[in-house]
Design a protein around this ligand. Structure first.
Ligand code: PGA
Length: 235
């Protein structure tokens, strides 16, 4: 794993966006899986400024995870976030967008639909991840065992306290997520960790002990992970 430390969120975002833009630009066709949440916002803001660098690339976008049981247009969905921060500013072609529907009537069937779309695509070139306060990646929550594929996740207390979740009137209890194998089969992974509030979990992650109680720890098994973090999130 390669670690890059930055003094501020802005510097992290500028450098991470440069990394992502360069990764995309050196391909003809590229599959990008995008996290949402507080961490990647500046990165995406900076990335869209660099869009001319990768306009020639046939880009496919995958939404990493989603809250369940809520209208897609609600301000707190991952859908609204990606529409606002990437899809609209990039004028992204929605035909090449793979996305769990937050209000899917049959959540299990929705996961099967997304899994099939992923199989059709082949490998994710770059998967952008944040680190949950409880060590989750996407909605792969700490548990006795983890799941390889797309699944409906029962949300932990910690995830239910996420700022996006707190914006809704009724608590969300489930989410949709890519599974651990979907993530770990990505060619390159960019893990971003920002802020003092992540210090405790990030330090635990740095112990390099691989456990389903800290799903992000499985990233230690991957040969090509870049971890961009702010200096205040460590030690
Ligand atoms: P954050 O969320 O980027 O808002 O901290 C990360 C996560 O909970 O996965």
């Amino acid at each position: 794993m390669k670690f890059l430390s930055f003094e501020s969120d802005v510097s992290l975002g500028q450098n991470a966006s440069e990394f992502i833009a360069k990764e995309i630009a050196r391909h003809d066709s590229f599959v990008l899986c995008a996290a949402t949440g507080g961490t990647p916002t500046i990165t995406y803001r900076e990335l869209v400024k660099k869009k001319s660098a990768f306009e020639h690339v046939r880009l496919t976008l995958i939404k990493l995870d989603e809250w369940g049981g809520i209208e897609p247009t609600h301000a707190s969905t991952c859908e609204s976030y990606l529409q606002q921060h990437l899809i609209e500013p990039l004028s992204f072609n929605q035909e090449r967008y793979i996305s769990f529907r937050s209000d899917a009537p049959d959540p299990e069937a929705e996961c099967r639909r997304i899994q099939e779309s992923l199989h059709g695509l082949g490998r994710i070139n770059l998967c952008i991840l944040g680190l949950g306060m409880n060590g989750h990646i996407a909605f792969n929550e700490p548990a006795d065992f983890l799941q390889p594929g797309c699944h409906v996740a029962r949300l932990s207390e910690s995830s239910q306290q996420h700022p996006m979740a707190l914006q809704r009137s009724l608590p969300g209890t489930f989410g949709f997520t890519l599974g651990m194998a979907d993530i770990l089969q990505s060619e390159t992974i960019l893990l971003m960790v920002s802020g003092q509030k992540k210090k405790e979990i990030f330090n635990e992650f740095m112990n390099r002990k691989i456990t389903p109680r800290l799903p992000a720890s499985f990233l230690w098994l991957h040969p090509n992970v870049f971890c961009y973090h702010t200096a205040d999130s460590l030690h």
